[in-house]
Design a protein around this ligand. Sequence first.
Ligand code: SF4
Ligand code: SF4
Length: 206
Amino acid sequence: MPVDRTSTLPELIAEAQRVLAICNACRYCEGFCAVFPALERRLAFNEHDVHYLANLCHNCGACLYACQYAPPHEFQLNFPRALAQVRAQTYRRYAWPAALAGAFERNGLVMSLVTAAALAIVLAASAWFAGPERFFAAWSDAQGSFYAVLPHGVMAGIFGAVFAFALLLASCSGGGGDGSVPPAAPPRRCGGSSRAPRPWRCRPAV
Ligand code: SF4
Ligand code: SF4
């Protein structure tokens, strides 16, 4: 969805906190995705909670279509949009290297260039490993078919590089984002039910 350039991050966070509080009281959508079980472990939502929850959402829209408080209801609750707008801001805030954060503003151009470069690298690596003539011959299953054109070593190398980059990012961030996300409150028992606790109904287990 397009980035909201008219609202500041504090305004987006405030809106997300409003809808999260309503959803935490309603909980109709608790089986839809990982966002709802995670939000139900909290009674209040600070900015880091909102960042975390926004990045759990994959924007499927299911909760919007199910929501009885969506527009034209006076609550004007659009849960996916509130999280998506915060998420777009977090992409820029937590980008690493930080100099690339501005790429999110020009993602069409950047993605086109990155895709073209990635394809060129894959083809060049394949040609270097297996020989350029392999691209122009027919290969049966018995001859290795797909792997005769794109060798297994090339695929393993590409995904190995991605894995190494992910490890590098994890080590740079201390394995926990910026290290400032507080842990959620532990779940409380709710009358022996396997459902998520409902704070206005339940007492902590003794
Ligand atoms: S999106 Fe709507 S229906 Fe779903 S939990 Fe939130 S308030 Fe309830
Ligand atoms: S739009 Fe996001 S929060 Fe809503 S159901 Fe889909 S993934 Fe969950």
